[in-house]
Structures are given as structure tokens and as C-alpha cells.
Design a protein around this ligand. Structure first.
Ligand SMILES: Nc1nc2c(ncn2[C@@H]2O[C@H](COP(=O)(O)OP(=O)(O)OP(=O)(O)O)[C@@H](O)[C@H]2O)c(=O)[nH]1
Ligand SMILES: [Mg+2]
Length: 232
């Protein structure tokens, strides 16, 4: 018997994405998502207005950063499962069905879309470094920190994530290990940004800042865990 359908919330964190958010929203597969939330903070353009015109709810975060925007979405979401997608049209939202399957079938709490394409060499290098650190500290093998991912809403609440910037995805993966969540990685293709300004991967300074934040997040979590272990 087929597993029952799941109500999926689509969450799109978006920072100054007026050039692309409209086409990303209008290209969503009809009926796949029970709610669509565009998480906005610090925008200086018409991202929020365009998102609303396309029928999305807008979650406004007061603090800056990718993680802060995702947490603002978590505060208002109503569906039992959340799908995170980039605003820039580089991912295929229809793939959410395949990514959500392990959760629908009761086999996973978190499914990470591990990118098989689209990563620039410095992004691949930074990801490899982060997943190697996780393997050293926690003995768990991830292959990627891709942002296209699906998680049960209750599980995400339980993780109690604190990181407000680019360390958010890696914090989710490390905390998932600490909390004993069932995690599955599935391959996904990542294409190129369809429109709008390249903000992170195409910008060296931003890439360095993001990379540093990711590594610092893993190291900070690992040290906290070691201290807790020592304290018994
Ligand atoms: N709300 C919010 N969204 C953000 C923030 N930073 C990034 N985003 C969004 O997070 C997603 C990923 O960021 P991208 O700029 O696509 O990062 P990237 O894929 O590494 O690099 P490029 O696609 O080359 O810009 C996009 O939807 C961004 O709009 C932020 O501070 N706040
Ligand atoms: Mg992108």
C-alpha cells in the first residue's frame, strides 16, 4: 500500500531576489505544497511584495542572515514537514516529492539533497572540509551541506537551532546527529542561478565569510559536546 500523502510547506529564504522570486514561485508544481513561505529579512527591494503577489506568505525576520530567515519561517509554519529551497531557480522544486519520500515512508526525519552538480571548486572544497570535520568529531559521514532539504517540523523544533547566518545548514546536520534523528542523503542536481545577483558562491569575499562561519559552527558545536562529555 502506498504511504499517505504528506502536507509539505515550502520555505524559500530570499534576500533581495526581486529578479527571480516571481519566476521561481510561478514555476512551482501545482498542488505539491500545502503552504509556501518566503522568508525575508533585510531586503531593500520588492522581494516580499512580489512573493505576496504570487500567493506566498511572507515571514519577516528582524535579525539578519540565512538562518534567521529560516527560523522566522519555522515560527509560522503550519505543515508537519518543511522543504527548504533556494529562491534563485537553481533547484527543481518538483524533486521535493522524491526527497520527502523517506519521511513519508517513516524511514527518516531529515533528508538532505546532496548536490551532484553545480558546485564551484571552492564550494566543493569548503563542503568537503566541513563534512570531514563532522566525520572526525562525530564519526558520521555526510557528503554535502546542500540547502535543498526536507525535515519534519517537530524534529526541526527539537534541534533548537541558534545559528543565524550561513552555519545554519551545518548546525542542523550536527544537531541531528546529537539528537539521534534519522538522516538520509539523496542526490540532487543543482543548476545555476536563473537571474539576479550572485551573492555567495560567485563572490570571493562572501564565500570566505560563509566558509569561515560554517567551519566555526562545526568546531563550536564539537567543543560544546566534548565539554558536556567531560562534565559527565
Ligand atoms: N532571507 C534571507 N535569505 C537569504 C539570506 N542570504 C541568502 N539568502 C537566500 O538563500 C538562498 C541561497 O543564497 P544564494 O545567494 O543563492 O547562495 P549561493 O547559491 O551560494 O550563491 P549564488 O547563487 O551564486 O548567489 C537564496 O534564496 C538567497 O536569497 C539572508 O540573509 N536572508
Ligand atoms: Mg544560489
Amino acid at each position: 500500500m502506498a504511504a499517505p500523502a504528506l502536507r509539505l510547506a515550502l520555505v524559500i529564504p530570499a534576500y533581495n531576489e526581486e529578479a527571480v522570486i516571481g519566476s521561481t514561485l510561478s514555476g512551482l508544481p501545482p498542488g505539491l505544497f500545502s503552504e509556501v513561505i518566503v522568508a525575508v529579512n533585510g531586503a531593500t527591494d520588492r522581494t516580499a511584495e512580489i512573493a505576496q503577489q504570487h500567493g506566498a506568505r511572507v515571514a519577516l525576520a528582524t535579525q539578519k542572515g540565512y538562518g534567521a530567515a529560516c527560523l522566522a519561517a519555522l515560527a509560522v509554519v503550519e505543515s508537519p514537514v518543511m522543504v527548504f529551497l533556494q529562491a534563485d531557480g537553481s533547484e527543481d522544486a518538483a524533486e521535493a516529492t522524491r526527497l520527502a519520500a523517506p519521511i513519508r515512508e517513516g524511514r527518516a526525519d531529515l533528508v538532505i539533497g546532496a548536490r551532484t552538480s553545480g558546485l564551484r571548486p571552492h564550494q566543493r572544497w569548503g563542503n568537503d572540509l566541513a563534512v570531514t570535520l563532522i566525520r572526525w568529531f562525530y564519526g558520521v559521514r555526510y557528503t554535502d551541506l546542500g540547502p535543498f532539504r526536507v525535515i519534519r517540523t517537530e524534529s526541526l523544533k527539537r534541534l533548537d537551532l541558534r545559528e543565524l547566518a550561513w552555519g545554519w545548514t551545518v548546525e542542523m546536520q550536527v544537531r541531528a546527529i546529537e539528537e539521534g534523528l534519522r538522516v538520509v542523503e539523496l542526490p540532487v542536481e543543482c543548476g545555476v542561478r536563473q537571474a539576479g545577483e550572485e551573492k555567495v558562491s560567485g563572490n570571493w569575499q562572501a564565500s570566505l565569510r560563509a566558509g569561515w562561519r560554517i567551519i566555526a559552527t562545526v568546531a563550536g558545536l564539537a567543543m560544546t559536546q566534548q565539554r558536556r562529555k567531560r562534565a559527565g
